[in-house]
Design a protein around this ligand. Structure first.
Ligand SMILES: Cc1cc2nc3c(=O)[nH]c(=O)nc-3n(C[C@H](O)[C@H](O)[C@H](O)COP(=O)(O)OP(=O)(O)OC[C@H]3O[C@@H](n4cnc5c(N)ncnc54)[C@H](O)[C@@H]3O)c2cc1C
Length: 350
């Protein structure tokens, strides 16, 4: 058992799972989270009918062995994404959508029963809520003798033997001051490291009935012609709550919520009929407006650019500061699987 105190910055999936692994090694951990909400890019909204709607991470597949292993170990059930029925592909606004069916032999995507937040809640209960401090935005990490001193935006300081940051790299180097400075090549790399889905807009529409399924549609849509670019059925595993959920065209971030909602409902009505207007709730999340996730890049950065770069493997501040998070993983970086893989890699260092 090691007699170390470790501070983890960020209580998203990576921070939580790292804390879980370190506690298992007998290490004292404190998670410092800027938001009032725990989960980071995992954000599940529960509608009035009980349907859970993912504004962040949702799917994983058989290739995501790290997250599958964690779900099995924590006894969290998951289920196959519904894809049966007629799926639609809109190429142009002035021609009817093409219809196609997704074969059962396609590699399946899975969702967590009760929503992705089930995993977050389980990890919180394992770690203990007393070890997680929310509303604590770190702005300074300073090396002092054999310790690191971490200071938040209102001047509170915390001392630790080691610190692990799980803040997305581009946000980290643009929002936290380091004393001494991090090496310039690392700072430049972090500024050019893509944060997965940081630019995206997620939406969901809650309904009383799955009227699209009753009309033999799967709920799957791909469109190059309208506001909804990609959409799937988002009904619950036991089929008691119903919703459609997907991604909006990123350019519509300049519109208001009301304007986007109006366009979404119009597109759904055109595709599935008048029942689409009889929705219970419309919810959305514009991630590029989330300052604890997204920081505009100084130059064009491509999807997954520099994710899993070798510079993320080495600690700084004389071996006391580790840079982690989904984007640093060498396997499936940017994804939940990457967040778990990164946590496992760092935990091996302790
Ligand atoms: C819209 C969307 C859809 C997605 N869909 C999928 C999917 O279907 N499948 C999949 O596998 N992955 C998906 N992802 C990616 C997945 O959400 C991430 O891989 C994973 O949640 C990242 O976890 P993390 O802990 O590394 O980072 P984050 O979840 O970003 O956690 C970082 C934490 O740091 C906190 N923080 C930031 N700054 C500070 C500070 N200064 N001080 C203290 N705390 C701070 C943040 O509030 C946050 O809680 C999606 C992401 C989004 C946004």
């Amino acid at each position: 058992m090691k007699n170390e105190k470790v501070i983890l910055i960020g209580a998203g999936l990576c921070g939580l799972y790292t804390a879980f692994l370190l506690q298992k090694k007998g290490i004292e951990v404190l998670l410092l989270e800027a938001n009032t909400r725990i989960g980071g890019r995992i954000k599940t909204i529960t509608g009035t009918t009980g349907v859970t709607m993912e504004m962040g991470a949702t799917w994983f597949g058989n290739q995501h062995s790290h997250i599958l292993e964690v779900l099995r170990a924590l006894e969290i059930p998951y289920f196959k994404q519904h894809t049966q029925g007629i799926s639609l592909f809109e190429t142009m606004s002035f021609v009817p959508p093409q219809k196609f069916e997704i074969s059962d032999s396609e590699e399946p995507s899975f969702r967590i029963v009760g929503g992705t937040a089930t995993l977050i809640k389980k990890l919180i209960s394992e770690i203990g809520i007393k070890n997680i401090k929310t509303n604590t935005k770190i702005t300074l990490i300073k090396e002092e003798n054999h310790h690191l001193i971490v200071t938040d935006s209102v001047g509170n300081s915390y001392s630790a033997d080691k610190v692990i940051s799980t803040i997305p790299p581009n946000l980290l180097v643009n929002s936290v001051i380091f004393e001494p400075n991090l090496p310039e090549n690392f700072t430049q790399l972090a500024k050019k490291t893509h944060t997965w889905m940081g630019e995206s807009i997620k939406f969901a529409v809650e309904y009383k009935t799955p009227f699209w399924k009753e009309k033999k549609y799967s709920g799957t849509l791909f469109s190059q012609a309208s506001i909804i670019q990609e959409m799937y059925d988002h009904s619950t595993a036991d089929n008691f709550g119903f919703a459609l959920k997907g991604f909006l065209n990123g350019g519509t971030s300049v519109l208001s919520l009301e304007q986007r909602k109006e366009k979404v409902i119009a597109q759904l009505t055109a595709l599935f009929g008048l029942e689409a207007k009889d929705y219970i709730a419309y919810v959305e999340n514009v991630w590029r407006e989330e300052p604890l996730t997204f920081q505009p890049y100084e130059q064009l950065v491509l999807a997954h650019q520099n994710n899993g770069h070798s510079l993320y493997k080495r600690p700084f501040q004389n071996g006391k500061l580790y840079i982690s998070g989904a984007e640093t993983a060498t396997q499936n970086p940017g994804y939940m699987d990457g967040a778990i893989a990164a946590a496992k890699t760092i935990a091996l260092e302790f």
